[in-house]
Every structure is written in C-alpha cells, then in structure tokens.
Design a protein around this ligand. Structure first.
Ligand SMILES: CC(C)(COP(=O)(O)OP(=O)(O)OC[C@H]1O[C@@H](n2cnc3c(N)ncnc32)[C@H](O)[C@@H]1OP(=O)(O)O)[C@@H](O)C(=O)NCCC(=O)NCCS
Length: 252
C-alpha cells in the first residue's frame, strides 16, 4: 500500500561531522514534538476510511478505536509465556489500562447492516463504522507512540484475534493500518516483541516482512539472546530507522 512518507527532521551528517550539542537538542525536541502530536490525535482510525470495515473470507466486521479498560485479558496468552506468565500477567494488566495505550478493536456485526446503516456508508467518516447493533469483539491491536534508539516509532504491544477469526486476513489488515498510522505520523518504524515459542506469530510477522531488530537480545549478544524468551521485530520506513533498528549502525 503506497503511503506518502513525510521527511522527519534529522541532523545533516555532511562530511561525517559530529552534530553539535545544539543540533542534538533541536532534533530531540523535534522528535518529542512528533510523538506529542501523534499522541494528541484522538482517533487515528478516522483518517483511514479504507480500514473502517473488512468484508471477506466469511467475515463482516468493523473497526473501532477505544481503550484498554474495555478489554478482559485474552485467554490464550499464557501458553507462549510458559512459567513467566504469572509475573507477565500483572505487567500486561497494567499495560492495558495505561493512558498512553491506544487500541483498535475489530467487532463482528451481530445482524449485519440495516438499510439505514447501508445508506449512511457514504455520508461521512463519522458514520462509516457505526454499527446497527453493538458487535462482539473478535480481535484488537494495542499500540503506542514511543522512542526507540532515539527514533519515534509505533510499538505494537499486543495483537490478538479470537481463534474463529484467525487465518482470514484480519491480522494483516490491522498491521497494515498500524503501518499507515505510523507513516502518517512520521514514525520511523513499527516495532513489536514476540515470544520465540509463539511460532505462529513469528511466521505471521515474517510473512508481513518484519525482521529481527538489531535491538533484539539475540542480535545485541547471541549468548544473552539464548537466555531470552523473546525477539524484537521491526519494519522500518526510512534510511535512518533502517540503519539504527535493522542494520544496527551506531552512527549515521
Ligand atoms: C498471529 C495472528 C495475530 C495472525 O493474525 P491472522 O488474522 O490469523 O493472520 P492473517 O490471516 O491476517 O495472515 C496474514 C498472512 O500471514 C500468513 N500467516 C498467518 N499465520 C501464519 C502461520 N502460522 N504460518 C505461516 N503463515 C501464516 C497468512 O498465510 C497470510 O499470508 P497471505 O498474506 O499470503 O495470505 C493471529 O493468528 C492471533 O491472534 N494469534 C494468537 C495471538 C498471537 O499470537 N498474537 C501475536 C502476539 S505477538
């Protein structure tokens, strides 16, 4: 999907000179401002009408922005965490309701659209994902705008589809939306953490062309990587992010 990627402020590395303290501070300020602006957007989904609903593969669903307090903890998370789950569970619950946590929910129409709703589909963005009956949740993504290696990125904290909705293109659809949100807000990459034991998720992200980040323990130090149960994956959108998050260059 083509996205117009705006240029992020960066320091000129002409002649390979080190940036001055003033330049470093200005850049930091500009990046903080990008994150502040992205967080200030109330509903990112509104800007992407093509992602307000998904029909196909026997599914008819709509997307909706929301908060983590609307969720109960997904039931199928324990398995990939193994013995680390009891401590992880507490962390996950705190993460879910943190104010900086952004959510997009996928809900299934209980009775499909009524005629009135069908007629409203062209009436404007605010009506496009209005359900006739409150649908039931079949999946969600939890994401945040954060700094990684001093770069602004979208970090996907959680992506979950209920078993009956898996393998129907919804996970890919949500990740495409997240990538669009990242680009629109001038973030350098989408990043996420995945448990090594979750081979299904690993295969999914690999299919979506995510790669193991140079910040992942296995790449920072293979020995430490062996002791860790997770990998950090990324998809980058510009040279600077590619260099720092994929290639692991210290300096540009
Ligand atoms: C992992 C998960 C989010 C994927 O979402 P999904 O809706 O089932 O995946 P999709 O149907 O959108 O698949 C997108 C692509 O990935 C591929 N894919 C998905 N799962 C795969 C697997 N286990 N092995 C190989 N390819 C896979 C699909 O074939 C598809 O390829 P295509 O684009 O060529 O058609 C979903 O299965 C899920 O919620 N799993 C349980 C929770 C979880 O593990 N979340 C991730 C935590 S990091």
């Amino acid at each position: 999907m083509a996205t117009a990627v705006k240029k992020r402020p960066r320091i000129s590395s002409a002649a390979g000179r080190r940036p001055s303290r003033k330049e470093v501070l200005e850049r930091k300020k500009a990046i903080d401002e990008l994150i502040r602006k992205a967080i200030a957007v109330k509903d990112h989904l509104v800007q992407f009408p093509a992602f307000h609903k998904f029909q196909g593969n026997g599914l008819s669903v709509y997307l909706e922005s929301g908060h983590g307090d609307q969720l109960t903890l997904p039931v199928n998370m324990e398995e990939p965490y193994g013995p680390e789950w009891p401590s992880e569970e507490k962390v996950k619950r705190q993460e879910m309701v943190a104010p900086e946590a952004r959510y997009i929910f996928i809900k299934q129409y209980s009775n499909g659209f009524t005629t009135e709703c069908s007629m409203n589909q062209d009436a404007g963005v605010e009506h496009m994902h209005t359900p006739c009956n409150e649908g039931h949740l079949v999946g969600f993504v939890h994401y945040r705008f954060v700094l990684e290696e001093e770069l602004p990125v979208v970090y996907v904290y959680e992506l979950q589809m209920e078993p009956s909705a898996q393998g129907k293109g919804l996970g890919k659809f949500l990740m495409q939306l997240i990538e669009q949100i990242a680009c629109k807000n001038q973030m350098g990459a989408v990043m996420l953490t995945v448990q090594k034991a979750n081979t299904q998720a690993m295969a999914f992200y690999t299919k979506l062309r995510y790669v193991i980040s140079s910040t992942s323990p296995s790449r920072v130090d293979p020995q430490i990587g062996l002791e860790k149960s997770y990998e950090i994956l990324c998809k980058t959108f510009d040279c600077e992010a590619k260099s720092k998050l994929e290639d692991g260059d210290e300096e540009l």
